[in-house]
Write a protein that binds this ligand. Structure first.
Ligand code: DGL
Length: 260
């Protein structure tokens, strides 16, 4: 008998769509529920305590409503702060998103890596730990940008990002001491791959960007290997369904739009 249980993706906004895209490419028959905590957006400027309280509770409600086979926290901020608590609270497997420092260290020739995330993510001890474990011989520079998160949201609501605003956000990384030697940038926020073209155009020539999306997609495929899929209607769910959310939804390929 085929299995209609979806994969549930969760983010504060549209960022997790950068994880959905490689997952859809690998698992085209998987039913998807994409949940955006638009009422709590943005996460990156919030205190750890707020995120730690909010995310497990919301995921609990989402799992109860949609009964997924697997939940994906497609958000670096939520994962680096709340992943253990979410795992403890849910009775389904949970895949998190962590900054792709390990692949970046494997790619870097100059041994200087940039980590571009939200303000909350770049200050997490989890990031110190990844840098020490996987990039011990690299200089790891970090920058948190709320502006890039807003630009990605606006882009998906069809407002083109101003090149000067993207350049200004990148300057916070490349203008740090040693920043001129960065050859790989970790997109440590799932919103940022949605600005891939704009970031590449604004960065110094030769700089490469890496994110966790493709690796997460492979992890989802491995955790669901051998399972059946019954393709149902993909669902987009917002915790607040206002004008911005309706504009975003109109440009996306989801059969149903709901509010939580
Ligand atoms: N997309 C999220 C991340 O990966 C957070 C964006 C935000 O709400 O600030 O960190």
């Amino acid at each position: 008998m085929s299995d209609a249980r979806p994969i549930l993706f969760f983010d504060s906004g549209v960022g997790g769509l950068s994880v959905v895209a490689p997952t859809r490419a690998l698992l085209p028959h998987a039913p998807i529920v994409y949940a955006a905590d638009s009422a709590g957006f943005p996460y990156g400027t919030r205190a750890e305590s707020e995120i730690a309280a909010r995310v497990p509770a919301l995921l609990g409600r989402l799992v109860e409503r949609y009964r997924p086979r697997l939940a994906v926290i497609a958000c670096n901020t939520a994962s680096t702060i709340a992943l253990p608590a979410v795992r403890a609270a849910l009775d389904v497997p949970v895949v998190g998103t962590v900054p792709a420092i390990k692949p970046a260290a494997l790619m870097s020739v100059s041994r200087v890596i940039g980590v571009l995330g939200t303000e909350a993510t770049v200050r997490q001890p989890y990031v110190d730990d990844l840098a020490a474990r996987f990039a011990g011989d690299c200089l790891v520079l970090r920058h948190g940008s709320a502006a890039l998160v807003e630009l990605a949201e606006a882009k998906l609501a069809r407002a083109a990002p101003a090149p000067a605003a993207v350049a200004q956000a990148l300057a916070g990384l490349f203008h740090q001491p040693g920043g001129d030697r960065i050859d790989v940038v970790v997109n440590a926020c799932t919103h940022f791959p949605l600005l891939g073209d704009e970031l590449a155009a604004a960065a110094p020539a030769g700089v490469r960007f890496v994110d966790g999306g493709p690796g997460i997609a492979r992890r989802i495929a491995s955790l669901t290997a051998g399972q059946d899929w019954a393709k149902g209607p993909d669902v987009l769910v917002f915790t607040r369904l206002g004008e911005h959310e309706r504009r975003v939804a109109a440009g996306l390929d989801f059969a149903r739009v709901e509010s939580l």
